[in-house]
Write a new protein. Structure first.
Length: 150
């Protein structure tokens, strides 16, 4: 058998075996990792554009914004704001929002929460928003604003 034929035979056999090995390794790696656990810091403007807002509510401070994205997208926007400014922003932006103390989660525990369905969905991509509010004191609220698309 000539040298060229020998290398051609090796290539014909080795290439599919290498491809199958790479595919098996990729599949195993995907099963071991949880892409939704890969939280990334993002600009708060990006998170607010997701719900068609120009930015954080007036008076919001100490903001931290993160995103989880894989098959769907979820932003988490945490900020501190005076309670009257929060009430005014919600009334203007999401009229009819009703808070409840029932079945609220979050870390740290929230005092009240709401779920808002966006109908029609936001042009930025969000279809719903979960809001959790923890009252830091009589005049200040810590807000967890979490829009998502699925």
């Amino acid at each position: 058998m000539s040298r060229v034929r020998k290398w051609a035979l090796v290539a014909v056999v080795a290439l599919p075996v290498a491809f199958l090995g790479w595919g098996a390794w990729s599949f195993a790696a995907a099963l071991r990792s949880d892409p939704m656990a890969q939280e990334q810091s993002v600009p708060c403007e990006d998170a607010m554009h997701f719900v068609d807002r120009d930015g954080l509510p007036e008076g919001a401070h100490d903001a931290k914004c993160t995103a989880l994205s894989w098959l769907d997208t979820q932003y988490m926007v945490r900020f501190t704001i005076a309670r009257p400014k929060l009430d005014a922003w919600l009334k203007e932006s999401y009229p009819g929002t009703r808070f409840t103390a029932q079945e609220c989660g979050g870390e740290p525990a929230t005092d009240v929460c709401a779920h808002i369905e966006l109908n029609p969905p936001a042009e930025g991509g969000a279809v719903a928003i979960d809001i959790g509010v923890r009252y830091a004191d009589a005049s200040t609220a810590v807000v967890e604003f979490s829009p998502f698309d699925v």
